[in-house]
Ligand binder design. Structure first.
Ligand SMILES: *[C@@H]1O[C@H](CO)[C@@H](O)[C@H](O)[C@H]1NC(C)=O
Ligand SMILES: *[C@@H]1O[C@H](CO)[C@@H](O)[C@H](O)[C@H]1NC(C)=O
Ligand SMILES: *[C@@H]1O[C@H](CO)[C@@H](O)[C@H](O)[C@H]1NC(C)=O
Ligand SMILES: *[C@@H]1O[C@H](CO)[C@@H](O)[C@H](O)[C@H]1NC(C)=O
Ligand SMILES: *[C@@H]1O[C@H](CO)[C@@H](O)[C@H](O)[C@H]1NC(C)=O
Length: 631
């Protein structure tokens, strides 16, 4: 057989591609000659045009797409002319962009959440978010520009680099991805080319420190940036670059994130003031997040005043996060005071992974401003999510927290995991929980993981929670050493509370606990999700599962990993699943390595929900590796 003969269509496509890509660099020809040719392409019969559009490399599609848009704009301006036929094609362009996106970044397609997609209507000069359909052309070039920036940053990090970042060279593989191997002019290999040409599509960018030179501001001037993520900003020149960029884009910016930066008070002040209008405190930021970046110097307790005014004057501020920032207790309290007294409309507040033990301490409580705050009507009236994970909060902090939580009348989700608040701490919060859960439909998700709680504290909490009109949605008491004695109260609670999600991973239930849970389990359970992993329940885990599956018709997902379940469990679970009428999609039995010794594990894999197997079983042990769930 001879080599495959290229089809006529393929040959034409190649010629068209080449003409489009190279035409654009010779603007003279392009205007008097090439442009007309592009018009000719657009006038092809629609099925032919479709196959051209779908097969063009991104760079050529971009040129053709722009011609169509210009064309439409032209006809818009000429009254009486109908442009329906060509405008109708717009959809096909969007499909072509989506196909190109999927081809280049298949793993990223899933991450794009249409619900989060926002376009900013800044025609009125105000931030006004409207949700629109996904614009794949915009997403394509935004992601492409991000790839170029990351690629260039790697080169700029090399010690041999000095000079202008705009001249950093982009890898061949990236250029090939947009030109499909056409020979490209040298200028296309420069970072500045990509910023100039595709910057207008970028809404959200992530910038490494080396790119935050003052020059970047000029390079990104055509971007309508809504979200910026800065990584490892440390030096003064980098800070200056960041501030210029922020100031330039302050009218469109909605969201800011700093990761692994050094944001000491003077720097923080600079950053915050660069976001505000000249001579005023007004800014349009909705989300402000600092992660793994120190914001206090160890010896000084200086608090950046511009940050405080930034927080108090943010009319649109919805979400604030300081995670792992070496924040001192005083600083944390100052932030809370500021937010409380400014009556902001904040929805989400996270102060996590900081040692803020004593932040609301009694000494402070006696001070005048704190007392007046408590007595006043100051409140965080819109706050819905509060996350204080890993903040070294003790029982007295929990008590103080109780006074503050009543200032958050709309709180739905509270996470105080990874704080040693102990039983004493949880006791002091019980009055708050009873109140917050008594009012219908407010507090609905509570996480108390790894809080050094014992069964005493948890039993008291569960007993004091009233049976609720609007059920609690989610409770996690995972990673507390509660032991089997919590089982009876827990079983009763499951019946009365209408709880939908329960996480009791690693609470030391053991076989005795599971047996008790199984025996007392009420007839009607509302649960849809449960995590009972790492509880060393043995065969009793299987008996409990069997009963749970029959008494909780809404169950969707069960995590029963790492419970030392013996091989016989397989048959017990099989029998239970045979009677399944419910909605179960997922039963995780991983890390129960003995199950592999059963003859019937294959029977488990036959249970499916919408074609996907429900049960996840452990992979057979590798010879030589010990069972990690053996005592
Ligand atoms: C937390 O901060 C307190 C002082 O505020 C200090 O005594 C304590 O050692 C710190 N704990 C940790 C784990 O850093
Ligand atoms: C947990 O609480 C007990 C007292 O209830 C205390 O003795 C113990 O030190 C605490 N453990 C941690 C890690 O805080
Ligand atoms: C449930 O348990 C597994 C361990 O088997 C853990 O990895 C997972 O994070 C837990 N899931 C949730 C939602 O807490
Ligand atoms: C498990 O396998 C045995 C034979 O090894 C068979 O007798 C028994 O019926 C099987 N159990 C189930 C639930 O399929
Ligand atoms: C599996 O089957 C073999 C023989 O068919 C039997 O000897 C063995 O006991 C069975 N194992 C289990 C766990 O049922």
């Amino acid at each position: 057989m001879s080599e495959e003969v290229p089809s006529l269509l393929a040959l034409c496509l190649k010629a068209i591609t080449s003409a489009i890509i190279h035409g654009e660099f010779f603007t003279d020809i392009f205007e008097c000659y090439g442009y007309d040719h592009l018009q000719d392409i657009l006038d092809l019969p629609s099925d032919l045009l479709d196959s051209v559009v779908i097969n063009l490399p991104p760079l050529a599609l971009q040129t053709l797409h722009n011609v169509l848009i210009d064309d439409c704009m032209e006809k818009f301006r000429t009254p009486g002319e109908i442009h329906g036929r060509k405008r109708g094609r717009y959809d096909n362009f969007n499909i072509a962009w989506k196909i190109l996106f999927r081809k280049r970044w298949p793993e990223d397609l899933r991450k794009i959440d249409p619900r989060k997609y926002i376009t900013t209507d800044d025609s009125a000069g105000i931030h006004n978010s409207v949700k629109g359909p996904l614009d794949w052309q915009q997403l394509y070039w935004e992601k492409h520009l991000q790839n170029c920036l990351d690629d260039a940053a790697e080169r700029a990090l090399l010690p041999s680099f000095y000079g202008r970042i705009g001249e950093l060279r982009i890898s061949n593989s990236i250029i090939n991805a947009i030109s499909h191997g056409e020979n490209m002019l040298d200028e296309c290999f420069r970072l500045s080319y990509h910023c100039d040409r595709f910057g207008c599509y970028a809404r959200c960018l992530r910038l490494q420190n080396v790119l935050c030179a003052v020059e970047i501001c000029e390079m990104l001037r055509s971007c309508k940036l809504q979200k910026l993520i800065f990584i490892r900003i440390i030096s003064k020149t980098q800070v200056d670059g960041v501030c210029m960029l922020l100031n330039h884009h302050r009218k469109t910016l909605l969201s800011l994130e700093f990761i692994h930066c050094q944001l000491y008070p003077t720097v923080m002040n600079k950053i915050c003031s660069s976001l505000c209008e000249e001579g005023s405190l007004i800014h349009g930021i909705q989300s402000f997040c600092v992660k793994s970046s120190p914001i206090s110097e160890s010896k000084s307790s200086l608090i950046p005043t511009c940050l405080l005014s930034f927080l108090s004057s943010g009319r649109l501020l919805e979400s604030v996060c300081f995670s792992d920032t070496k924040m001192q207790p005083k600083f944390a309290k100052k932030i809370l005071d500021t937010l409380l007294s400014s009556s902001s409309d904040l929805v989400t507040l996270e102060i996590s992974e900081n040692n803020i033990s004593g932040w609301l301490s009694k000494i402070e409580r006696q001070s005048k401003d704190f007392r007046s705050l408590l007595g006043s009507d100051a409140s965080l009236k819109s706050l819905t999510v509060l996350n204080l994970r890993g903040s070294n909060l003790h029982s007295n902090d929990a008590e103080d927290l109780g006074h503050i939580l009543v200032k958050m009348p709309c709180l739905k989700s509270l996470d105080i995991s990874d704080n040693p608040i102990t039983d004493e701490g949880i006791r002091s919060l019980i009055p708050y929980f009873v109140r917050a859960l008594g009012k219908t439909n407010l507090l609905s998700n509570v996480k108390l993981e790894n809080c050094n709680l014992s069964s005493g504290g948890v039993i008291e909490l569960l007993r004091s929670l009233p049976s609720l009109e609007e059920p609690l949605n989610m409770l996690s008491i995972a990673d507390n050493h509660l032991g089997s004695s919590v089982a009876a109260t827990l079983a009763k609670f499951l019946g009365a509370s209408g709880l939908r999600e329960l996480n009791i991973e690693d609470i030391g239930l053991g076989a005795v606990g599971f047996k008790e849970l199984e025996e007392i389990l009420p007839q009607e359970i509302a649960l849809s999700f449960i995590n009972i992993s790492k509880n060393r329940g043995g065969i009793q885990t299987a008996y409990f599962l069997s009963r749970l599956i029959s008494q909780a018709p809404n169950l969707v997902s069960i995590n029963a990993g790492a419970n030392i379940m013996p091989p016989e469990s397989v048959d017990i679970i099989c029998d239970a699943l045979k009677l399944l009428k419910g909605k179960l999609e997922h039963l995780d039995l991983s890390e129960n390595s003995h199950l592999c010794r059963s003859n019937n594990t294959s029977a488990l894999l036959e249970f499916c929900h919408q074609g996907k197997p429900i049960v996840m079983i452990p992979s057979p042990p590798q010879s030589g590796t010990p069972y990690d769930d053996d005592p």
